[in-house]
Design a protein around this ligand. Structure first.
Ligand code: SAH
Ligand code: F3S
Length: 468
């Protein structure tokens, strides 16, 4: 079996095999797989999981699509734009099938779950369609798809007990690793497809989370990001999310712990206290607000009011030193008036998030909003609203970065900066990317903590020099 990680490339801008396996290992031994990932960090973590499951059965990594026997596109369905991109990508990949008729082309993830008919209809050359709860059977399904058969192999059954306990995801070496602690979502926000594509919420047993964290610490990772759709709602028997954090904090080698995405009203005082007490837990939180109109929040079925959200932000800022916050905002939700949009813009200005992910509402099939509400905000108005908050947020983000000029920040070095190999890049404890010149003696490497004097910035990056 190969110990090489399977390729896992993220597009865009997130073992023991336990199960029945009917495949014949000789058929797949050494077959090369390439996984391309779209969407959130949970999806990237799922690609690593698929890599682990496949490597266990003898598949190896492909360095490029050209040399692959199997290409898997791990998809996202959360917004229409993500879906359109995947269909574009699939038609492009058809060319690889012309060059190599044996190639197995598979679609996994949320679109597989949600759009299997459309995939089969629009991209009939796809050989394999596998939903997020069927990855345990992936080696077997790929082997089936390799046999000559005109019909695609499909498994999109959801399984409310599946947490992939005991599998070891294939993580590429690095400074930070993801660990999924929860799958699915039970909130059913009226705009969101996730509960339909990923099924019911379930926690990964705490011993399994700890096992994976110890494993990555032993491999030299310094930072772990715990993942779940509403990660702070985590529950496993008597263990809640604060308890889970307490179990990870003492693990030797894990110096920073982050988690995403929490759900606003599921922050208990106990959890806030746990975050505040431990230096290892990063002082950066992503807190999706979506809107600052109570009517809109109610129609979104977000279960909190604007006042409760603001109160939470205030309590957290009081308790957690130097807390950085980001958020998600949707503009143009059905029925959103100019005034309701303005309330959102005003509150963003008042709360001053460090950064924000901002989206135009797009209708998703099966959701309550799609069934019961008219997508009545014109596209041009959605665009205008989006541009207007993006411009405002850019200024706020830049001002917050500028306020760091003249300070010294502790940075966990991640590697060479994307733009310039003579510079190193890393993150502060509050998640700000920081770039500084690489010392001439090359004495600093990924995984080191260094102090950086901040001298300049862009709207999302701090620039500086090594301190001292
Ligand atoms: N709890 C998850 C949410 C996943 S979706 C998490 O934060 O990881 C991520 C974000 O996409 C949501 O917070 C929301 O702002 C946005 N989103 C979800 N459905 C959408 C839709 N139909 N149209 C536009 N944006 C949407
Ligand atoms: Fe989606 Fe709401 Fe869950 S945004 S992932 S239904 S918390």
């Amino acid at each position: 079996m190969s110990t090489q990680p399977l390729s896992s490339k993220i597009k865009d801008p997130h073992a023991n095999n336990g199960g029945v396996n009917a495949m014949k290992p000789d058929d797949v031994d050494g077959k090369k797989v390439f996984i391309e990932t779209y969407g959130c960090q949970m999806n990237l973590a799922d690609s690593e999981l698929m890599g682990g499951i496949l490597a266990e059965e003898g598949f190896t990594a492909a360095d490029s699509m050209e040399e692959s026997d199997v290409i898997l596109i791990n998809t996202c369905a959360v917004r229409e734009s993500a879906e359109d991109r995947v269909f574009g990508r699939l038609s492009h990949l058809l060319q690889h099938k012309h060059e190599n008729p044996e190639l197995v082309l598979g679609v996994t993830g949320c679109m597989a779950e949600n759009l299997r008919e459309k995939i089969v209809e629009k991209a009939p050359y796809v050989d394999l369609v596998v939903g997020p709860d069927a990855y345990r059977r992936l080696p077997e399904l790929v082997a089936d798809a390799m046999e000559e058969n005109a019909d695609p192999v499909i498994d999109v059954k959801l399984d409310q007990d599946e947490v992939y306990e005991g599998f070891s995801p294939k993580r590429e070496d690095g400074v930070g690793a993801w660990v999924s602690v929860q799958r699915g979502c039970d909130k059913f926000c009226t705009f969101c497809i996730v509960p339909f594509t990923r099924g019911r919420e379930r926690g990964v047993p705490p011993e399994e989370v700890v096992r994976q964290c110890k494993d990555i610490a032993e491999r030299g990772f310094k930072k772990v990001t715990l993942l779940g759709q509403t990660v702070n709602s985590y529950e496993y028997e008597d263990t809640d999310f604060a308890d889970l954090l307490e179990m990870i904090v003492p693990i030797d080698g894990i110096e920073r712990i982050r988690f995403t995405s929490p759900y606003p009203i599921d922050f208990t005082d106990k959890l806030i206290d746990t975050i505040a007490r431990h230096d290892e837990v990063c002082n950066y939180l992503h807190l999706p607000m979506q809107s600052a109109s109570n009517e809109v929040l109610e129609r979104m079925r977000r279960q909190y009011t604007v006042e409760e959200y603001v109160d939470l932000v205030e309590r957290m800022r009081e308790r957690i030193d130097g807390l950085a916050l980001s958020t998600d905002i949707i503009v143009g939700f059905p029925g959103e008036t100019d005034e309701q949009f303005q309330q959102t813009k005003d509150l963003m200005e008042e709360l001053r998030f460090d950064f924000a992910y901002m989206f135009k509402y797009s209708e998703r099939s099966k959701t309550y909003a799609e069934r019961e509400m008219e997508d009545d905000v014109p596209e041009s108005v959605k665009k205008e609203r989006l541009t207007s908050i993006i411009e405002m947020q850019e200024d706020i983000s830049r001002e917050i970065c500028e306020s760091r000029i003249g300070t010294t920040q502790e940075v966990l070095v991640e590697g060479p900066s994307k733009r310039d190999d003579s510079e190193l890049s890393g993150r502060t404890d509050d998640f700000k990317t920081t770039v500084f010149p690489r010392p001439a003696d090359d004495s600093i490497e990924a995984g080191d903590f260094v102090d950086v004097d901040i001298t300049d910035c862009t709207s999302h990056t701090l620039l500086g020099e090594l301190s001292g």
